[in-house]
Write a protein that binds this ligand. Structure first.
Ligand SMILES: N[C@@H](CCC(=O)N[C@@H](CS)C(=O)NCC(=O)O)C(=O)O
Length: 323
């Protein structure tokens, strides 16, 4: 149960694997939260006053603080609600799993994640959604015949990654050999969720029974159906909550020593992902620490909103610098 007075609000759609990862973590940490269901693609005008133009899913709002990208969401949840930890010690050495989890989660969230949607059944997904995702990936116009023709070859690549991923998995064990699941187990859970959705439960079970066994253990600890018991609120309600739960940004350091001379607090900056969907978020720089950038934005409907991004895989550039 949370001791935090401000509401925790997840802006999601249930088909989003990254949003399912956050639901699993909120449930695992036994937090209460509210849900705003957003559409599966842009435009989402009622989200703009909260996200500084960041277009991806999910975002997590806590009062007037908004966390974009699961890396920033998880860092914030872990710092506010450290138990149970997402970085339990490694069984063999007693060391924190944080460094290994950084590597494994990165692999799962990027190259393995990206290989899964190549296998969508293109005859059942709405064309507008396929075009939207092709645009986000920078693939230009969606070419159904060409995409379909490539599928069997890309499936080989997906299986090559999954074969290597599962080669060292052991029934009944967590992926980094910890007593309790680490952040990487939540990403692995997300991958299995995505495989089941994109290909089928039967395919995952036939080819990767260890993934299914891991998934079933995660379901016991994270109770995905718990999301159905959380209050659903409207996008307008979420804006109003930001307005009445005004607070300064929650980051203690404002400018890390390595950021001195590179950016100034109060100047207008863009924050752009280095991987997929390179839409810049724009706002006034409120903090730039070793792995967090915070933008202040303001709207009549919300008052000040502080939008937090991770620095890993994002670039912050002052708007005036012609870069
Ligand atoms: N690096 C991001 C990736 C998030 C992501 O790619 N989300 C997908 C949905 S699972 C997305 O935004 N798709 C486009 C959309 O929802 O408009 C994170 O960790 O949160």
């Amino acid at each position: 149960m949370t001791t935090e007075q401000n509401d925790i609000i997840l802006h999601w759609y249930p088909q989003s694997p990254f949003a399912q990862k956050i639901v699993a973590i909120l449930n695992y940490k036994k937090l209460d939260y509210k849900l705003v269901q957003i559409s599966m693609m842009e435009p989402r005008p009622l989200r703009r006053p909260l996200d500084a133009n960041y277009p991806k899913t999910p975002i997590l709002q806590i009062g007037n603080q908004v966390f974009c990208d699961t890396k920033a969401i998880i860092a914030e949840l872990e710092s506010r609600y450290p138990e149970p930890s997402l970085y339990p010690p490694l069984k063999h050495s007693g060391q924190s799993s944080k460094t290994l989890a950084f590597g494994m989660t990165n692999l799962l969230d990027t190259s393995i994640f990206a290989a899964v949607p190549t296998q969508f059944n293109l005859d059942v997904i709405p064309l507008a959604l396929l075009e939207d995702r092709a645009k986000m990936k920078g693939n230009g116009k969606f070419d159904k015949a060409k995409t379909k023709a490539l599928q069997p070859y890309l499936k080989l690549e997906l299986q090559a990654q999954l074969d290597r991923l599962t080669a060292g998995l052991v029934r009944g064990q967590w992926i980094l050999d910890t007593e309790t699941p680490s952040d990487s187990d939540f990403s692995l859970f997300m991958i299995t969720f995505f495989l089941n959705m994109v290909i089928s439960d039967a395919w995952t079970k036939e080819h990767y029974p260890l993934l299914v066994e891991h998934f079933e253990r995660m379901v016991v600890l994270t109770l995905p159906d718990r999301a159905d018991t959380m209050p659903q609120i409207s996008a307008e309600d979420a804006l109003q909550i930001a307005k009445v739960q005004q607070a300064p940004h929650s980051v203690s350091t404002t400018l890390s020593p390595s950021a001195q001379g590179i950016a100034r607090i109060g100047q207008k900056v863009s924050v752009t992902p280095l991987d997929l969907g390179k839409t810049p978020a724009v706002g006034e720089l409120a903090a730039l620490t070793s792995d967090r950038v915070v933008l202040r934005i303001n709207d009549d409907r919300t008052g000040d909103v502080y939008v937090h991004f991770p620095l890993t895989a994002y670039v912050v550039v002052p708007i005036t610098s012609h870069l």
